[in-house]
Design a protein. Structure first.
Length: 369
């Protein structure tokens, strides 16, 4: 019987054997928008890539497109893929002030299969949470003018087997009465997690929406939550917690069945970053058995560590290394590391071996898979 680690290694080899730097478009980091409000990162114009993923053991296929023109069809190049788990489509979000539609792209061929206009006037798409189905996404839009107190409009986007939209329906009624981000959805798309940065005060709200009802936990300033990772069933929520303008950061797991209140009381610490670390980043697998954490030290040294985790926290180390970068996320069972404006690295989730992928598409906000 093949172990999960063997399957992940095989998936990694398949990707690194077939992906060429000049062919894979850049993948944009959505956190730049939220964190730039605290002055910690470069302006939006300098943002680069991220992929948000939906599972373990997927293979990252080759995606072709002309740099700077994500909506234009590209010449397809078929590559070997793992048909049992390969997600069929990617959703591309342009910069929020661009007033452009979502772009649906075939992950297997790189062709644009459809575009999706925002349904409400004077709003723009800005965030997406994939589900495990591969054809269902929770998408978020916010008004073009205003601020943190703008409402967020959530929709369920469903695609056909060919990548055409079959429905775009409101996901919550009423809308969320503030601007939210760092979205993460359960496997079936029935539960959504989000972070709301203080609209009328410095505190954040960590929120769960399920069954048309919203529940929140307060993240009191100067604590700051980001990098949400909702478990497949939606019962647990992992997140990175830092302290604004002070050292000290942790990874917490919150029980979404607990009563509303203080996020600290409803969660447990599963990891504490080194005291000298800054700009913490984290990604937790949907089965809550693997965790990848990253941080910076000195001027520019990026540390990346993979762990096995369980109910009691860290249970073992998968790998530990330094490399260029600043953010970490999970995509297709692989670990993605972003060096802003320079390159994306695909990292084997078991060994830590990295392959460099050149970035492009500097006018995109994010790619969600």
């Amino acid at each position: 019987m093949t172990s999960l680690e063997d399957e992940l290694r095989e998936a990694y080899r398949a990707v690194t054997d077939t992906v060429r730097e000049e062919d894979l478009p850049g993948l944009y980091e959505q956190r730049a928008r939220r964190r730039s409000r605290f002055g910690a990162f470069a302006p939006l114009a300098a943002a680069a890539a991220v992929v948000v993923a939906i599972g373990v053991g997927l293979v990252v296929p080759e995606l072709l497109s002309a740099p700077g023109r994500p909506a234009a069809p590209a010449t397809p190049t078929a590559i070997p893929a793992t048909p049992r788990t390969t997600p069929p489509f990617m959703i591309i979000v342009n910069t929020p002030n661009a007033r452009r539609p979502l772009v649906v792209v075939s992950a297997a061929t790189g062709r644009t299969t459809a575009t999706v206009a925002v349904p409400r006037k004077d709003t723009a798409w800005f965030d997406v949470a994939p589900t495990a189905s591969g054809t269902r996404f929770i998408v978020a839009a916010t008004p073009l003018r205003g601020g943190l107190c703008n409402p967020t409009y959530l929709y369920t986007l469903t695609l056909s087997a060919s990548g055409e939209p079959t429905s775009l329906r409101p996901w919550t009624v009423p809308v969320v009465p503030a601007e939210i981000g760092s979205l993460s959805a359960s496997a079936d798309g029935g539960t959504l997690a989000f972070v709301e940065t203080g609209c009328r005060g410095p505190d954040q709200q960590i929120g769960i929406i399920r069954g048309g009802k919203m529940k929140t936990w307060r993240e009191p300033y100067p604590l700051f939550a980001d990098d949400l990772s909702l478990s497949a069933a939606g019962s647990k929520l992992g997140y990175a917690e830092s302290t604004v303008a002070r050292p000290g950061a942790r990874v917490r797991v919150l029980d979404t069945g607990s009563a509303s209140g203080n996020a600290t009381a409803a969660s447990t610490i599963v990891y504490t970053y080194p005291a000298a670390g800054r700009a913490p980043s984290a990604a937790i697998g949907p089965d809550l058995t693997t965790m990848y954490v990253a941080w910076l030290t000195g001027r520019d040294t990026f540390h990346l560590v993979g762990y096995r985790i369980g109910a009691g926290g860290v249970r073992g180390t998968l790998f530990s290394r330094t490399m260029p970068g600043e953010f970490v996320s999970l995509a297709g069972g692989q670990v993605l590391v972003w060096d802003p404006g320079v390159a994306l690295y695909l990292v084997d989730p078991v060994t830590g071996k990295a392959a460099r992928i050149r970035t492009a598409w500097t006018n995109a906000w994010g790619i969600f898979w």
